[in-house]
Design a binder for this molecule. Structure first.
Ligand SMILES: [Zn+2]
Ligand SMILES: [Zn+2]
Ligand SMILES: [Zn+2]
Length: 371
């Protein structure tokens, strides 16, 4: 599974937070998600930095913090391809990601991609411009990998039956592989992206052209890395634009509470003598983290399945974890794309970003009546 899980240990989590703080980027704390997630970070409170060797000791498990064993986390499983970029909470998570997405996009020795250098260039470009490209690459990788699986199964079947009229072109298989994506399929990115506040209205056409050009550069880099002739239609600018647009329109916010926050709250709630003793050790770390100690991992993710689940303002599921995705599949239940606690008018405004007007039972009831 590609859960959003904190992994390793409290020490590792704190160490990583401090490490990323130190090098000036925000950390991604959770187990790799199917379509990428990033953590938010704020630099409000003054932090008292710790020396780098202490941070390293935390990450290397050389330094133990008091009571951290009260918060056991799953151990860290590295990527099967050996890229040292992807980490998982379990072997099954690592295998599933490898099978479904990562084997084509991995930069390790075991990668199925021959041109790792091109892959690095693609990623670098995405990091510098818009990391939505990385999500799009995952969608393409997912489709190519499932196309290959379908084709292998098809060839196997053909061999068994050896019926001559079982001739099937590659395209229907590719269409099948594409199905989960096509459900979220909406509009081209450069057409649906909202005009940023700092862009003047009369420059809109130019802005949209720039966005399209950016997508073209990214697509070229991705083609250099993972192009597959049998899946050529996936690499057209039109499709690439639609995939990115799909992420723009179907993203769901994910929030995972941080065990680091729970840990410091636990220390704070200890009986005073124990607390004093523990804080002698933990206080410098809390000071170094500043407000960041309480930051939950926030990210947006696109799940092909969730993208086609209907929205309702009285949802009967929360789009948080994979287990629930299974539930959604089975029971056809609805989730809320937005904060459903806000009033009718605000809800409709938020949903406008997704391109529809909600007509769920609650909205129908709360809808202002025209007399
Ligand atoms: Zn996991
Ligand atoms: Zn990898
Ligand atoms: Zn509604």
């Amino acid at each position: 599974s590609f859960c959003f899980q904190f992994i390793g240990s409290i020490e590792l989590q704190i160490g990583r937070k401090l490490y990323f703080q130190d090098i000036g980027v925000s950390a991604v704390d959770e187990c790799e998600s199917p379509d990428g997630a990033g953590c938010s970070s704020s630099d409000s409170n003054e932090k008292i930095p710790l020396p780098r060797d202490i941070i390293d000791a935390l990450m290397n498990y050389d330094l133990k913090l008091p009571y951290s064993t009260e918060f056991p986390l799953p151990s860290v499983i590295p990527c099967l391809g050996g890229c040292k970029e992807a980490y998982y909470c379990s072997k099954s998570c690592a295998e599933a990601d490898w099978r479904l997405y990562h084997s084509l996009l991995c930069i390790g020795n075991g990668s199925s991609t021959s041109n790792i250098e091109a892959l690095l260039k693609f990623t670098e470009h995405a990091n510098e411009t818009n990391d939505i490209f990385i999500c799009a690459a995952k969608a393409i990788s997912f489709t190519i990998l499932s196309y290959r699986k379908l084709k292998a199964a098809f060839l196997e079947q053909k061999e068994k039956s050896d019926a001559p009229n079982l001739q099937k072109h590659n395209l229907p298989l590719l269409v099948d592989a594409w199905k989960p994506m096509s459900m979220g399929f909406k509009r081209k990115w450069w057409d649906c992206i909202a005009l940023p506040a700092d862009v003047d209205f009369c420059d809109e056409a130019e802005f949209r052209t720039q966005v399209k050009d950016l997508a073209l550069v990214s697509l070229q880099l991705l083609k250099d890395a993972i192009y597959d002739n049998e899946c050529a239609p996936l690499f057209s600018l039109e499709i690439y634009g639609h995939i990115i647009g799909m992420f723009e329109l179907n993203n769901l916010d994910l929030v995972v509470a941080s065990p680091v926050e729970d840990y410091f709250l636990y220390i704070n709630d200890l009986p005073s003598s124990q607390k004093e003793e523990a804080e002698r050790i933990t206080k410098p770390f809390l000071n170094a983290l500043g407000d960041d100690y309480a930051i939950s991992c926030q990210g947006t993710a696109f799940f092909p399945l969730q993208g086609c689940i209907n929205h309702s303002c009285i949802p009967n599921a929360k789009a948080f974890k994979r287990d629930e995705v299974y539930m959604l599949l089975i029971f056809q239940i609805t989730i809320s794309y937005i904060d459903e606690d806000v009033p009718y008018k605000e809800r409709q405004e938020l949903l406008a970003d997704y391109g529809f007007i909600c007509k769920c039972p609650r909205c129908l009831e709360e809808e202002p009546q025209l007399s």
